[in-house]
Design a protein around this ligand. Structure first.
Ligand SMILES: Nc1nc2c(c(=O)[nH]1)N[C@H]1C(S)=C(S)[C@@H](COP(=O)(O)O)O[C@H]1N2
Ligand SMILES: [Mo]
Length: 380
């Protein structure tokens, strides 16, 4: 079936489940996600992970539409209903355990913020491609990054309802998926005003794959901290030890001590938003990309046309440039026929920038790739 007859057939057939089923047949593998994953929008990694093709986004529009926001799951997306859902706030450091319904949650005072999420493994493919280092895990390129406008209740307010006991030090959101994915947050991070339990994403209810009915958003931290499908907040005096802070999302390898450092903040990064490799007619062209920082807004994007040795060009920032979200950038270029690589390097408002490839530290699981990436383009 070609694309237009497929669309017509889907329109006649109706129903999200059928669309999802055919969507995954189109990309040649079973999907355990709810939303369709057309090849034009996503690169699939196994049955329940998909990265955004950044070239499918619209330059200048910083917010990533829900239908193309990357998904990183440790298992199939659970299909929860708001009606049966409860948020339990409990633990040895809580004064009075609380249980909230969805209707109760959404009537509490809320906060709306535009922030990015990024998987700690984003850019993992470049450890192998640029440094010859075979890291463990899915070979994400640049697209495990997305920006959304989130609405939710600050964790500080939810914890206030339960009351904290002396010695409260950790807050662990617990997911209702599979084995109950969970990852603890230090109390100070949980109490920051932008750390929220979100129930809306980009103006609609949270989509199933992104944590319906409610997920935590921890701005600036690795995506693994932003627990989806949250059923409980466990507040404790001691740090809970779970897979996500002992085996995964920690720095393992020759350079690191034991027990391993636990990952928290993301790294500043940038990307060219083009297929890999890019293909363009020679001549005067505009190259588009994204840049983002976990610390603030982007101040500047510098560009190297010699594989990352000399950053001789400065890109123009376009559209919104929002703290802990990112910005689009563009570069005008006069390109003769032939191969060219374009290497962006982001600088944020506090002066943080991307380390040279020679300073990229290695870790067994390939987290936090930070160096500028030369993006190959063939001009014909
Ligand atoms: N309950 C639960 N929360 C989770 C995960 C998960 O598998 N289960 N994956 C985490 C990881 S590793 C990332 S990068 C983000 C991805 O969020 P997204 O799928 O909405 O983009 O969710 C995090 N929260
Ligand atoms: Mo992640």
């Amino acid at each position: 079936m070609d694309e237009s007859s497929r669309r017509r057939f889907l329109a006649l057939a109706g129903g999200g489940g059928l669309v999802a089923a055919l969507g995954c047949r189109a990309s040649g593998a079973r999907s355990e996600l709810v939303k369709p994953l057309p090849d034009a929008l996503f690169i699939r990694h196994g049955a329940h992970n998909a990265e955004t093709r950044l070239e499918s986004l619209s330059p200048g529009q910083l917010v990533t539409p829900n239908d193309r926001f990357y998904v990183r799951n440790h298992g199939p997306t659970p299909r929860l209903s708001a009606a049966g859902w409860r948020l339990e706030i409990h633990g040895d450091a809580v004064a009075r355990p609380v249980s909230l319904t969805y209707d109760e949650l959404v009537t509490l005072p809320s906060r709306t913020i535009t922030r990015y999420l990024e998987c700690a493994g984003n850019g993992r493919a470049f450890f192998a491609e640029l440094l010859g280092f075979a890291a463990d895990g899915d070979p994400w390129r640049d697209g495990a990054y997305g920006v959304a406008t989130w609405t939710g209740v600050p964790l500080a307010r939810l914890l206030g309802l339960a009351g904290l006991r002396d010695g409260a030090a950790w807050v662990m959101p617990v997911g209702l998926d599979g084995d109950g994915y969970a990852r603890p947050l230090p109390l100070a991070k949980a109490m920051m005003e932008d750390t929220i339990l979100a129930y809306r994403m980009n103006g609609g209810p949270l989509p199933m794959d992104h944590g319906f009915p409610a997920r935590v958003v921890v701005p600036g931290w690795i995506g693994a901290a932003s627990v989806k499908w949250v059923g409980a907040l466990e507040v404790s005096t001691r740090e809970p030890m779970v897979p996500a802070n002992t085996e995964d999302y920690v720095l393992l390898g020759a350079d690191y001590p034991r027990p391993p450092p636990v990952l928290t903040t993301q790294v500043i990064r940038s990307a060219v938003c083009m297929p890999w490799p890019g293909l363009l007619p020679a001549g005067r062209r505009t190259i588009y990309g994204l840049a983002w920082s976990p610390f603030g807004a982007i101040a500047r994007v510098e560009v190297s046309l010699d594989g990352g040795h000399n950053f001789t060009r400065v890109a123009r920032l376009i559209g919104d440039d929002l703290p802990v979200a990112g910005t689009w950038w563009q570069l005008e270029l006069e390109a003769p026929p032939g191969e060219l690589s374009i290497t962006p390097r982001a600088v944020d408002e506090h002066g943080h920038t991307q380390p040279p490839l020679s300073q990229q530290r290695l870790n067994d699981k390939g987290y936090l790739f930070a160096a500028p990436v030369p993006h190959p383009i063939r001009f014909v």
